[in-house]
Ligand binder design. Sequence first.
Ligand code: C5P
Length: 345
Amino acid sequence: MLHRSGRQPSNVFPTRRPAHHQLANGARPAKRRSYVAVYAASRTNSIKLFSPSKINLFLRVVRRREDGYHDLASLFHVIDLGDEMEFSTSPYATSDTLSCSDPTIPSDDSNLVIKALNLYRRKTLQTMYFNVQLNKRVPHGAGLGGGSGNAATTLYAANRLLGSPASNEDLLEWSGEIGSDISVFFSNGAAYCTGRGEVVEDVATPVPLDTPMLLVKPPVGLSTPKIFKSLDLARRSTADPRGLLAEIATAKGVDQAAAVNDLEQPAFDNLPELAALKQRLIDTGNFRSVFMTGSGSTIVCYGSDSVPAFLKEEQYKDLFISPARLITRKEGGWYTHSGLWAEQQ
Ligand code: C5P
């Protein structure tokens, strides 16, 4: 049956496979399997997407909740350090398959990509399974929300491949069930987030998108639950988060005084070298501000993407270093790389 638009919606699949012809002698025709294969292939659809990450331009922890989480007030921004993902529908498959360029990342249902597909099927009552190829560039334990970006990209891709039965608002709302940092990717790219991080208020990007930034991350990652647990509430900033938002918008950029992250204290207590690295980056005078993103361990150097000479010292040889830019997306579309710096291979 044709959809009223005259176009066959791509989320309509037959509930029963076509009956196979029987020959007069009761045998099946020799080409039976190839019919199914051709039919399945004709229903296979694929899409390649950029899977972005995020930074927090400021992050205030408002309170510790009874459920163990923390209420935040944070200006999140999507950035163009990202992974490559390719999705294809897998008609007649009975499970999803995920292959990842990084063999240390689990590809079972503990992975946020598989969790996102399970969530999508549960919410939409779709039955389709998918093959996913993930080429990782974003480090983990970094405070960059790389896994969350993969989950958001997965929800968007699955929905696109099945004819977009869910709205952006649906995807945003559902994503909060599998992680706190996923919802932000369903904003336009700049969002003031509260609650666990899943309450998203779209804001006009308060700073120029082409501001160069350099991301610097020591090889040691930090565990988000551990960092939240070792936060000493008495040592938090007292800055009003809406005030920080206004300050950044007025200054059209992030000055050091506005680059507040309440999670720096527990991260620096756990990893004193990170505090020293931040200080050395500030001391170069190269950057408008230097701050940690999320629960670390990435330090964002805002205002330049030139690599300071001291990072060539032996002690820093294993650092992850990458330029980055803030990015936004158009309504209904997905994020793409800014094209303002060459991606690492
Ligand atoms: O929600 P998500 O799985 O990303 O969070 C990982 C962990 O980080 C949580 O289990 C919790 O310990 C901590 N967390 C928190 N408050 C938040 C977000 C995360 O305490 N707002």
